[in-house]
Design a protein around this ligand. Structure first.
Ligand code: AMP
Length: 268
């Protein structure tokens, strides 16, 4: 396939169409190029960009997807207000070295309407699922469909969403998909706060509170005292804890500041 002239010269390719995506990727595959995929919900930050860097190191052509997936949000959650910053995202992607951005229309992902058609496996039990019961079925469904559309050789996911990473690894195994899942370390700001698109919801005061979570978790990895960590998280000003738990040799946490839910985790 010959790419349109305006798309040459370093500018990143952008498409909303599954057919276009498959034509471009098919052309790359015909040249024996290895395809890397980085699925995101947009509002890109340095965490996302670090995933792209890892994808570039492990493949020849990097496809970034931006899709705010309706099936992983419950009706009372923040789907409608989730930050959407397409123009800024594309500008960042131009600089990132990625080759193609797929911003599918919802009808491309859910031609029969938004519904989860895959059940997440055992890794989905507990933690997030206790508070967001439909979340991982939505994640498994959308990632499966994105993999079907792009047929990547590798895909990169962040350890920031550690349980999600396990769910996706399981899904790839049970669905027998020929894609290697590569995990990326958590990117943090200079105060240790895990970068997240939802951090934009925080006020200046909320941000100061949020920046304490990693410090409490770090201490808990030393002491092993989960109950003390819960007390401290509330003392620093968090309004509510969904969970602080040990699993996978990590301490994983989800907690609220006002209407903003933060998650983080650290290796023990
Ligand atoms: P999201 O756009 O929040 O769905 O995230 C897309 C991908 O970026 C997921 O694989 C996340 O785990 C990853 N990610 C988000 N924040 C970070 C971060 N601070 N460090 C590393 N990866 C991240």
């Amino acid at each position: 396939m010959t790419l349109p002239a305006e798309k040459l010269g370093g500018a990143i390719l952008t498409t909303t169409s599954k057919l276009d995506l498959q034509e471009i990727i098919g052309d790359w595959k015909a040249q024996n190029l290895k395809i890397g995929l980085v699925p995101t919900m947009g509002a890109l930050h340095e965490g996302h960009l670090s995933l792209i860097k890892i994808a570039l190191e492990n493949s020849d052509r990097v496809v970034v997807t931006i899709f705010v997936n309706p099936t992983q949000f419950a009706p009372h959650e923040d789907f409608d207000i989730y930050p959407r910053k397409e123009a800024q995202d594309i500008a960042k992607l131009e600089e990132s070295g990625a080759h193609l951005v797929y911003i599918p229309a919802a009808s491309e992902i859910y031609p029969d309407g938004p519904a989860s058609t895959l059940k997440a496996g055992p890794a989905a039990q507990g933690l997030e699922s206790d508070f967001r019961p439909h979340f991982f079925d939505g994640v498994a469904t959308v990632v499966h469909r994105l993999f079907e559309h792009a047929q990547p050789d590798i895909a990169v996911f962040g350890e920031k969403d550690f349980q999600q990473l396990q769910v996706i690894k399981e899904m790839v195994k049970t669905q027998d998909m020929p894609v290697k899942i590569i995990s990326a370390p958590i990117m943090r700001d200079e105060h240790g706060l895990a970068l997240a698109s939802r951090n934009v919801y925080l006020s200046e005061e909320g941000l100061q509170i949020a920046r304490q979570l990693n410090k409490v978790l770090s201490e808990a990895t030393e002491t092993g005292n989960i109950e003390a960590a819960k007390t401290k998280v509330l003392e620093t000003g968090f309004d509510k804890i969904d969970y602080i738990e040990k699993r996978w040799n990590r301490i994983l946490a989800a907690a609220w500041i006002g209407k903003t839910r933060l998650i983080d985790n650290m290796e023990i």
